[in-house]
Design a binder for this molecule. Structure first.
Ligand code: ZN
Ligand code: ZN
Length: 291
């Protein structure tokens, strides 16, 4: 019964996306992207695409998205958007973070990435251009993945804060009380595996093409680097997403250690009232601003 219900919801969502898709004009990017995709398929094996392709997508996107936040520290006019003004970025911390990150990426994440090919083979996930969902589908699927990942993250992250286990695993991620973008994946290897598992649940539910894997990696990195950036920049388009947590929300988690456990959305924290300390703090800040 429940499976049927979920299937119905999913097929209704697909129909809605199909309708939106039919209203959109032909995408001018489609021709060059198609040529590049087919070139990749002709020149590399599925194993190479799944392994090295995923590694390159992850590394490129990670450091590309970290770049704006990294540059902001040198721009005096951006300093008014820094959330914790009294704790500027230091070279020492950023270098330490960079080294740990490379270790994590190549010794923890790369072995996991090596499983991508077998994952796609096991679930018969296609690679060809013809069966690739168009971008409105990909976007809708990524949103679905984010809802699932956020739920997993909320409960497991909250559990990792339990005083009996906090110091063994999650303490590493909290080494920086004023986060910066590069710190998004700075974590204990076990945390990378425990919280990282949430990334794959959505993939198992929605994945019908290898392109979704890369689209979802991109969306997830964009989100986590934004919330760790330490800057609340104006006109951030991510804030158009309903219930989007954002940098102020997660920055407070690093400053306060208690509350705001969600990764992307605010609804679980609101439902369980774990955002009460944050709301009090925000109200106080607003009063201070008015004075
Ligand atoms: Zn935490
Ligand atoms: Zn964090």
């Amino acid at each position: 019964m429940e499976v049927n219900g979920t299937t119905n919801i999913l097929s209704s969502a697909y129909l809605a996306v199909e309708y939106v898709d039919s209203l959109l004009p032909e995408n001018p990017l489609q021709v060059p992207v198609k040529a590049a995709w087919n070139h990749m398929l002709q020149n590399y094996s599925k194993f190479q695409i799944a392994t090295w392709g995923s590694l390159i997508v992850h590394e490129l996107i990670y450091f590309l998205f970290c770049l704006p936040g990294f540059i902001f520290q040198f721009l005096p006019f951006m300093q008014k958007y820094k959330i914790q003004q009294d704790k500027p970025e230091t070279w020492e911390l950023q270098w330490k973070c960079f080294k740990m990150l490379l270790f994590n990426h190549f010794f923890i994440q790369l072995p996991l990435i090596c499983g991508t090919y077998y994952f796609t083979e096991f679930f018969s996930i296609p690679y060809d251009w013809e069966s690739m969902p168009r971008w409105p589908y990909l976007l809708a699927q990524c949103f679905g993945c984010a809802v699932i990942e956020d739920t997993w993250h909320y409960f497991l992250h909250r559990a990792l804060h339990h005083r009996r286990i906090y110091k063994y695993i999650h303490k590493v991620h909290h080494e920086f009380t004023s986060p910066f973008g590069m710190q998004a994946e700075y974590a204990h290897p076990l945390e990378t595996i425990i919280l990282g598992a949430g990334f794959f649940i959505g993939i198992m539910v929605f994945c019908n093409h290898v392109a979704l894997l890369w689209a979802w990696v991109t969306v997830r990195l964009l989100e986590t680097i934004d919330v760790h950036s330490g800057y609340d920049i104006p006109l951030n388009p991510l804030h158009l997403i309903p219930f989007y947590a954002g940098a102020r929300f997660h920055d407070f988690h690093h400053m306060n250690f208690v509350g705001n456990y969600g990764s992307t959305f605010t609804w679980w924290d609101r439902l369980f009232n774990t955002d009460s300390q944050y709301n009090k703090y925000s109200d106080k800040q607003a009063v201070k601003k008015d004075e």
